[in-house]
Write a protein that binds this ligand. Structure first.
Ligand code: TYC
Length: 111
């Protein structure tokens, strides 16, 4: 920040006002969060593929690749989002899994 400095304690016209100008742009990059699916022994593969298509806008091929990665490695990334979007995805997936009585777990972690 910088203030008026014309030595007149004002706007240069003797009226005693001061203008403060912002020199540092007030912008912050939002924190990003990974949304992850966790493997389990019971959720059907086809259900996981459907979740990835429905909530993460993956096509069948991408969804199948991610599902198999989770199946083989225990955890996998569905996408990277700002906090509120990530939180919404997790809630949607957990609600949908529960409605269908599958133990599928979805979590988020700060990048
Ligand atoms: N392991 C599950 C099975 O063999 C499939 C599965 C994949 C479950 C990914 C959860 O996040 C998951 N039916």
């Amino acid at each position: 920040m910088q203030a008026d400095d014309d030595g007149q304690d004002g706007d240069g016209q003797g009226r005693g006002t001061a203008v403060i100008t912002r020199t540092k742009p007030k912008v912050k990059k939002p924190s990003l969060y990974r949304v992850l699916l966790l493997n389990d022994d019971y959720t059907p593969m086809e259900f996981v593929v459907h979740v990835l298509e429905r909530f993460f806008q993956k096509d069948r091929e991408q969804a199948t690749r991610i599902m198999l990665h989770v199946h083989n490695h225990g955890v996998g990334e569905c996408g990277i989002y700002t906090y509120e979007v990530a939180e919404t995805k997790v809630t949607q997936v957990m609600d949908f899994a529960r409605q269908n009585q599958h133990p599928l777990q979805c979590v988020m972690e700060k990048k």
